[in-house]
Design a protein around this ligand. Structure first.
Ligand code: NDP
Length: 449
């Protein structure tokens, strides 16, 4: 064991003494700690102020009951949460997730990650995450509205443009943001930047819907450019068929790549070796917008083959882009990708690649780019939405796209600056070190809090 490994083991033992039953949060902390402990050891101010240890405890966790009535008059009780992780570099900022598996382990992990991701954008945004163990699938619009109203009736007192600015995430799309923001406006009598992801007609930003997926592709282009490569002709296996996946696929296709797959929780849609045509992707987007529609039911309409029970990673590709959900690419998938000649894995989703899979990718010299760097485009444009709201001045689409490209390029540069190793750029190391550095400096400036 090296000194670094010893230090990490001691740090995690202290974490374990106070946090039990939080495997996802522990995984996220361990990953960042491994990257930044050497920097901390080299700076006595960071050691003395116990900066990283402080970051393993969120500023606060808000938990509340969400009680609502379904269309048949039956009463339901859900658990709502907001984890306000750190506001060192700006108001808390992060999505709300409605999903039956939402729990405080996942939310603490995601809020912790969000702090470093937001820091990387260079914009004034701290980190948070929230949501409820509510499943919007199969619910009527009226039920969704009642749930969102009940949720916001509690959450509103904890958020605001200068304190905490939530956005959407899994299960919280345009419809839910509308109901949530409508209730916030109704209760507070203010129309402010208290939420992002709003409709463009009522305070939202152009390009917000596309930003995460487009941003991943902009980042990937910088990664490839370091090796004098472009996307032209490269085959990309994309997972998911939601907001991130569809916009990433659209931008990949427009950049000359071959998008070989899309997927959902039940199987994979295969395009064949030529990849999806732009028209097929546009049709798919049309079919998936609004009411929930399973991918299998779209296959015939877009002229592609749906393989039930198969993951996107079974398809031979140059690049794998997981854009669906956490832990969707495991060690076996990583082994399959390596055996099939994959050379780059770039995360569009949050934490989709397991720790064991990352190790497998590393041992096969596959370049890995973590979501906290690659998918930061969504929150970056959310930051631009806040700026536009504060200025009361919406910007043009092309202007925002330019700014998004600039931010992704800057994040890439920071990853290179802090992640350069004798074996090439370690993007996880670079993202963790650069993201942590800004937050840590701010925390030192504020003294012990
Ligand atoms: P959506 O809800 O729009 O789409 C998620 C997609 O993933 C659906 O097609 C869903 O299929 C599919 N999916 C779910 N589980 C699996 C699985 N196990 N295997 C394959 N596919 C699966 O979500 P988003 O696109 O908005 O978000 C995707 C990821 O990106 C999440 O991790 C989110 O936190 C992250 N992210 C999103 C941002 C954004 O701006 N939207 C910003 C930054 C990160 P099904 O319909 O069957 O459930």
């Amino acid at each position: 064991m090296s000194n670094g490994d010893d230090e990490l083991a001691r740090f995690l033992a202290r974490f374990d003494a106070h946090h039990q039953g939080l495997p996802e949060f522990r995984g996220a902390v361990a990953e960042v700690a491994a990257s930044v402990l050497p920097d901390i050891a080299a700076d006595s101010a960071l050691v003395r102020a116990r900066v990283l240890e402080r970051l393993t405890v969120p500023d606060r966790i808000i938990a509340f009951r969400v009680c609502w009535e379904d269309d048949a008059g039956e009463v339901h009780v859900n658990r709502g949460y907001r984890v306000q992780h750190s506001n060192a570099v700006g108001p808390y900022k992060g999505g709300l997730r409605f999903h039956p598996q939402v729990n405080l382990d996942t939310l603490q992990a995601l809020a912790f990650e969000q702090t470093f991701k937001n820091s990387l954008t260079g914009l004034p945004m701290g980190g948070a995450k929230g949501g409820a163990d509510f499943d919007p699938r199969g619910r009527s619009d009226a039920e969704i509205m009642r749930f969102c109203r009940a949720f916001m009736t509690e959450l509103y007192r904890h958020i605001g443009p200068d304190t905490d600015v939530p956005a959407g995430d899994l299960g919280v799309g345009a419809r839910e943001i509308g109901f949530l923001f409508g209730q916030y406006k109704h209760i507070t009598g203010t129309v402010t930047a208290a939420m992002t992801g709003k409709g463009v007609l009522w305070g939202g930003s152009q390009v917000r819907a596309e930003a995460t997926g487009y941003g991943v592709v902009y980042f990937l282009q910088h990664v490839l450019a370091r090796g004098q490569r472009t996307l032209e002709g490269l085959g990309v296996a994309v997972s998911g068929a939601g907001n991130v996946a569809l916009h990433a696929a659209e931008k990949l296709c427009a950049s000359g790549a071959r998008v070989l797959t899309l997927s959902d929780s039940r199987g994979t849609l295969e395009a064949g070796p030529g990849g999806f045509a732009a028209e097929q992707l546009a049709r798919l987007k049309e079919l998936r917008t609004g009411e929930y529609r399973a991918l299998a039911d779209c296959a015939a309409a877009v002229g592609a083959r749906y393989v039930a029970g198969q993951k996107a990673w079974a398809t031979s590709c140059d690049i794998a882009m997981p854009c669906a959900t956490q832990n969707e690419l495991d060690e076996n998938d990583a082994r399959t990708l390596a055996a099939n000649g994959c050379r780059w894995v770039i995360e569009g989703a949050n934490l989709p690649v397991t720790a064991a899979a990352r190790a497998m990718l590393r041992s096969n010299s596959i370049v890995f780019v973590p979501g906290k760097a690659a998918n930061a485009g969504g929150v970056a444009v959310s930051g631009l939405e806040i700026t536009q709201n504060r200025m009361s001045l919406p910007w043009e689409r092309a202007d925002i796209d330019q700014r998004l490209q600039h931010i992704m390029s800057r994040i890439h540069d920071q990853c290179v600056q802090y992640g350069e190793t004798p074996d090439g750029v370690d993007y996880s190391l670079g993202a963790n070190r650069a993201g942590f550095r800004r937050v840590a400096r701010a925390m030192l400036a504020f003294g012990i809090q």
